[in-house]
Design a binder for this molecule. Sequence first.
Ligand code: PHE
Length: 444
Amino acid sequence: MNEKRVTFASKVGVIAAAAGSAVGLGNIWRFPSQTADGGGAIFILVYLGCILFFGIPLIISEFIVGRSSQANTAGAFHELAPGAPWKWVGRLGVLTGFIIMGFYMVVCGWTLDYLVQSLTGSLHKVNDFSANFTSLLNNPLRQIFWMILFTLLTAFFILSGVKKGIEQSSKIMMPMLFLILIILAVRAILLEGASSGLSFLFMPSLEHVKPTVFLDAMGQAFFSLSLGMGCMITYGSYFNNRINLTKTAMQVAVLDTMVAILAGVIIFPAAFALTANPGTIVDELVAGGPGLLFITLPGLFNQMPVSMLWAAMFFCLLALAALTSTISLMEVVTLYLHEEYRLSRKMSTFIVTAGVIVLGVISSISAPFFNLLDISSAKFMLPIGGFFISLFVGWYLDKKMVYAQLTNQGTLKTAVGFLKTYIFLLRYIVPPAILAIFVYGLTG
Ligand code: PHE
């Protein structure tokens, strides 16, 4: 892959695109329901540990693999380790991306449906938000319609090219999303009874902890950071040589974590404050499943003046945040077909779109299938990918090359201690920890 590749135009664009991939439904929809399921604060503590010990080193690693190879996910391994079986790590990543899209697009569809409900004012008139969400779940055609629309929208951006599509859209919507989340968080905290939601979120209690908490939190960390499948490899391949990989990785991790925590600070205070049965709210949350966001938030909007406007703005921004994530997912799979099979970008996009729609239709019809795609990708495929990426960068790649990437050929003053710690984590901490979590989660 030696032809001159397009690169992102600016530093802000790089962060916006990488953070745009990371920040999405994973933070705002999946994180709260996983936190509820995992019993609150303890889950969050484990999650933060995963971000720190797996997340940041692995984002840096994917950036290194991408930028040094200048290729798609599978091609990158091929380029750096010609003839070796490492390319299967890339192929696994491509498959994982495809599987994630197969359920993610359905949730993207839900956000569009809720956007329309907000715009027409029908959401505003709902009395039972739980029944309102269930009626969407029980209507496969409605879900399929929005899912297809969202998939086509993503394909449109993929076809319109890297810079214009990804960079521009991320740059505008990320700050807006942040702003509205802060407003909603303030509103939620000010509700009467909100404080028990905050303690559920921040005061560790062992009461609802499950033995799978490590597996669940690790999966969520990988999912939320778009790690383990080569999204960050693909984006790293568009970075120029002046981008500071470590700094960018940290910025992405911090932004992503802030958005997830903010989403928690919106959902939990609101859920505790607005519930009709405070006695059983924790059990309800634990049992809640994927509907939390779509059930709790409309209740919060109804507590605000001009509720329709807030709801519409929120679901619009959420859809955009999801879009920057689906763009990154589709880009991985499309670029793979384009570069490895020499298909045109158009043809590659067409094939991926059709495949995703097929999976999306099945996920819309069958909740068990939806869950299967969610669990297998987030809890297994991504961490397995991460396991091999850390072995690849920690043990296989030439350390001099890794250091050159981290220091931009010696032009950045990166502390030697940092470089050593980074390699140590990749070699001795990340792989065994991922294995231990698998063993513990599956047998515990
Ligand atoms: N990180 C995205 C989110 O949180 C989802 C995603 C996962 C995107 C894996 C790309 C790769 O919504």
